[in-house]
Design a protein around this ligand. Structure first.
Ligand code: ZN
Length: 505
């Protein structure tokens, strides 16, 4: 029996139809969210919050329905009987999603949603006023609720592991700590070695002005070259860049444009990296847990691979730099490709994570990981967060934030209870270097292709190796299959060292 027959009738077919229906409701929610960030007028906010709240509740009820549990059990039995690896993995993902939701009592889920929504408002005000004390009670409450949720999901596991598992299935706090410990000293050393040299790097031309129309033009040319299909996707403007995969045929990217810099180029490449993953998922399974991206870490590996390993590399700009010069003749006409490369790869400790360079970025993430792990374990009190933050910033980046606004209050994540989310940014960096190394072995003339503007071979390889599989393989297993080895932080360090030596000596 073929996979498609199995899923068209019987218990597996029943389950698949119901999960697809739930997926369609989630798609509607995602579209409401996309609209809220791009087109909705401010006056729509209150009504939209109500609609999203009600629809979320409907989806949740449907996803925990006892009938779904019955369908799931019947489908699991059939999957075992037919012995199909796809059917077994399909049920595993469906069960994971279902149980996680069922184990959380509805009152607790509601309390978390309510507190998170309030905490976000309070966080915004506290950040604007640089007043951590205002945010502290909300964060304490939210942290307590999230701990309770983790206990409800799995009382046998450490709460932080359960939180991490939500974003990166299979990852644990100790394993994450081992990766951090393996990488941190070298990163600190690289920053100490290279940051002092940046004074001699020419970067005056990076301030523009770069007309926005021309930035949008090069952004479109680059994503077209990457193979992001605009018949199955869009590129719009929003305050914070993001990618929303509504379906494999409807993937929406956003970016922001400022005349004073070229950040839009890298943010568009980044989001298009996410977008290629979403467009590359197998449409046969779309809208189901099995058909979606496997983890945030793997998702981030795709965006970072394109943004940093490709988008900040010499071969890539061999093709695109002349085009960039043609679009910005006044600013870049007298700049060489090598000067441009040195400028876009500068290593400079800074206070704000989202503005950090490729090397210091991971240090920002490690700081958050180590702090949130201690918070969740009860080893650090919320009241002591600002001090812990300042101490870590000094230790890792040699900087002290002049205010909490530029310190502990800068990120939105904790304000909506997303503990365990930050590490996926670091994992993305590790995976991206290891996957790119494997791509280089599989595509012997990868650099030559990039220099000729041929990005399709890389995209196709990533599609076949990573995108197509959806959630069939767990992240660490996928990494093993794609690269032939366990997740190894050495790849990331080798890549950085090699790159920095090449650029700055
Ligand atoms: Zn990203």
């Amino acid at each position: 029996m073929t996979t498609s027959t199995v899923f068209s009738q019987g218990p597996l077919g029943d389950l698949h139809r119901e999960l697809t229906r739930i997926g369609r409701l989630r798609q509607a929610l995602a579209l409401l969210g996309w609209d809220q960030e791009t087109l909705m007028p401010p006056g729509g906010a209150a009504a939209r919050a109500g609609t999203i709240g009600d629809l979320t509740e409907i989806v949740h009820r449907r996803a925990i329905a006892p009938e779904l549990a019955d369908r799931l059990s019947a489908a699991e039995a059939e999957a075992q009987a037919v012995g199909s690896a796809v059917a077994v993995a399909y049920c595993r993902e469906a069960r994971r999603d279902h149980e996680r939701r069922c184990n959380v009592p509805p009152e607790l889920a509601q309390a978390i949603a309510r507190t998170a929504s309030e905490a976000q408002q309070v966080w915004r005000a506290a950040r604007a006023a640089s007043d951590f004390a205002r945010f502290q009670p909300c964060l304490e409450q939210l942290l307590a609720l999230k701990r309770e949720e983790a206990q409800a999901v799995d009382a046998r596991r450490a709460p932080y592991d359960t939180m991490l598992d939500d974003y990166e299935p299979g990852m644990t706090g100790p394993r994450m700590q081992a990766l951090v410990t393996a990488v941190k000293p070298t990163l600190v050393e690289l920053v100490a070695r290279y940051a002092p040299r940046m004074g001699g790097v020419r970067a005056d031309f990076m301030a523009g002005p770069f007309p926005v129309g021309a930035q949008q033009q090069i952004a479109r040319e680059i994503i077209a070259g990457m193979g992001f299909d605009l018949q199955r996707g869009r590129l719009d403007v929003s305050t914070h860049p993001f990618c929303s995969g509504l379906a494999t045929g409807d993937v929406r990217l956003t970016s922001r444009y400022h005349e004073s810099n070229l950040d839009s180029i890298f943010s568009v490449i980044h989001e298009a990296g996410h977008g290629l993953y979403e467009q590359g998922l197998d449409p046969a399974w779309e809208l189901t847990p099995y058909g979606g991206a496997v983890s945030l870490g793997i998702h981030e590996s795709q965006s970072r691979l394109w943004e940093n390993l490709v988008g900040r590399s010499a071969p890539f700009w061999t093709h695109f730099f002349p085009r960039l010069q043609a679009l910005f003749p006044a600013e870049l006409g007298g700049v060489t490709r090598e000067e441009f490369l040195r400028a876009i790869n500068r290593v400079q400790p800074s206070l704000i994570r989202v503005e950090a360079d490729e090397v210091t970025y991971s240090l920002h993430v490690m700081l958050r990981f180590e702090i949130e792990q201690r918070l969740v374990a009860g080893e650090l009190a919320v009241a002591d967060l600002p001090a812990a933050w300042r101490e870590q910033m000094r230790a890792l980046l040699g900087l002290e934030p002049p205010s909490d606004r530029e310190g502990v209050l800068q990120d939105i994540h904790w304000s909506f209870g997303a503990f365990g989310y930050f590490p996926t940014y670091f994992l993305g960096n590790l995976y991206s270097a290891q996957i790119y190394e494997a791509a280089g072995r599989a595509l012997p003339d990868l650099d030559g292709d990039l220099a000729r503007g041929l990005l399709a071979p890389l995209r196709e390889w990533l599609g076949a190796q990573v995108h197509r599989h959806g959630s069939h393989y767990a992240p660490l297993e996928l990494c093993r299959r794609v690269t032939g080895q366990e997740l190894d932080p050495a790849c990331y360090l080798t890549y950085l060292q090699h790159k920095l030596t090449g650029l700055y000596g």
